[in-house]
Design a protein around this ligand. Structure first.
Ligand SMILES: [Zn+2]
Length: 166
């Protein structure tokens, strides 16, 4: 179990590092390729069924703090890579399969297995989420300041969790 402030810092750091690595990769390609915009990093206190998701309007990766705290930093690293790769893959090849070849290639470039879903104990995620929500709701402070509620964004296109397979 990781504490929420550590999880928030870890996620933010990983997100920036993976974006740096993919920006570097894009620069090494030919100039004919479109240059993807760097996605924003957003954190959520909600314990929804998704561990993370990418949404392109606006260009944002959402990360669940309760999931990250529950599975721990090492396991959650794969989820951060997963969402960052969606951001770049979907801009490189619009209309391509969501977990298709481009996404898989970028995942491997970052040194991660391209898995579509992660296995989590949702009971535990909800318990952690309820505790965090009670504590930080309406009074986000310090490193939790950027925590927002992604449920306002309807129709997120991707779910990275055990229960859904899209
Ligand atoms: Zn995905």
């Amino acid at each position: 179990m990781t504490n929420p402030h550590e999880a928030a810092m870890l996620i933010t750091g990983l997100h920036e590092r993976f974006c740096d690595e993919l920006d570097e990769l894009m620069r090494s390609f030919s100039a004919q390729l479109p240059t993807p915009d760097r996605p924003e990093c957003r954190l959520s206190l909600k314990s929804a069924r998704w561990a993370g998701y990418y949404w392109w309007r606006p260009n944002c990766c959402w990360y669940s703090i309760p999931h990250a705290c529950t599975v721990g930093g090492d396991s959650y690293t794969n989820t951060v890579a997963h969402e960052v790769c969606h951001a770049y893959a979907s801009q490189l090849h619009r209309g391509s399969a969501w977990h298709g070849e481009t996404w898989q290639l970028l995942m491997r470039h970052l040194g991660h297995e391209p898995q579509r879903t992660v296995t989590v104990d949702m009971k535990l995620v909800r318990k952690v989420g309820n505790l965090l929500w009670a504590r930080y709701r309406g009074a986000a402070r310090g490193s939790m300041r950027q925590v927002e509620d992604p449920l306002m964004l309807k129709g997120g296109s991707d779910v990275n969790s055990q229960s859904k397979d899209r």
